[in-house]
Write a protein that binds this ligand. Structure first.
Ligand SMILES: [Fe+2]
Ligand SMILES: [Fe+2]
Length: 195
């Protein structure tokens, strides 16, 4: 049966992504992106199921967690998301929208978010990073990076997020305080030990 656009498409995709993601990735990234995307979407007349699907699938190309040098998960993500959504008989025009979201979600590539949906997901993706400072140390530490390396990386990432990726004014308002708090923690760390 074709379950186009109904709740079961979201539920099916949720199940697939949850299985592929690590527990931390699911709880502290994917679900946060879904939460922030739906919050931002309240301001727009936009299909909420589409927002949820795009948020769930935006990082599908790097699940399970991929190599740190991997800068192509958006390309793989398009293929994976397309496979999953076609299997669920999701409409082609809606799949195309999600493909575009995935392609530009990283913000650092040449393709920038243009549509409301693309902007919502790119903003929500960046917003999630302000809630999870300790997780970056856990993740990157597991991959053998030093404390100093991770601190530098996180600081640059948060700066990049606030200056380039968070383009919606509501998103800026929502993260401003957290950004300053994160910055203070990082500054203090650097004072304790001059990296
Ligand atoms: Fe990503
Ligand atoms: Fe992400």
């Amino acid at each position: 049966m074709n379950n186009v656009g109904n709740l079961s498409t979201v539920k099916e995709v949720e199940k697939i992504v949850k299985i592929r993601a690590s527990e931390e990735d699911w709880n502290f990234h994917i679900l946060l992106v879904v939460k922030y995307a739906l919050l931002l979407a309240k301001n727009y007349k936009i299909d909420k199921k589409q927002v949820e699907l795009a948020a769930l699938l935006h990082d599908i190309g790097r699940l399970p967690y991929s190599d740190k040098k991997d800068k192509t998960h958006h390309i793989r993500g398009v293929k994976e998301a397309t496979k999953i959504l076609r299997r669920l008989k999701y409409p082609e025009n809606k799949i195309k929208e999600i493909q575009k979201v995935i392609i530009c979600h990283r913000g650092s590539g040449s393709v920038k978010p243009k549509t409301v949906l693309e902007k919502i997901i790119a903003n929500a993706d960046a917003m999630s990073h302000f809630d999870t400072l300790p997780l970056f140390y856990y993740w990157r530490g597991k991959r053998g990076e030093s404390f100093a390396e991770i601190t530098k990386w996180v600081e640059e990432k948060l700066d990049r997020n606030i200056k380039k990726k968070i383009t919606l004014s509501q998103a800026q308002k929502m993260v401003r305080e957290k950004y300053l708090l994160n910055k203070r923690i990082l500054e203090n760390l650097k004072k304790v030990k001059n990296f």
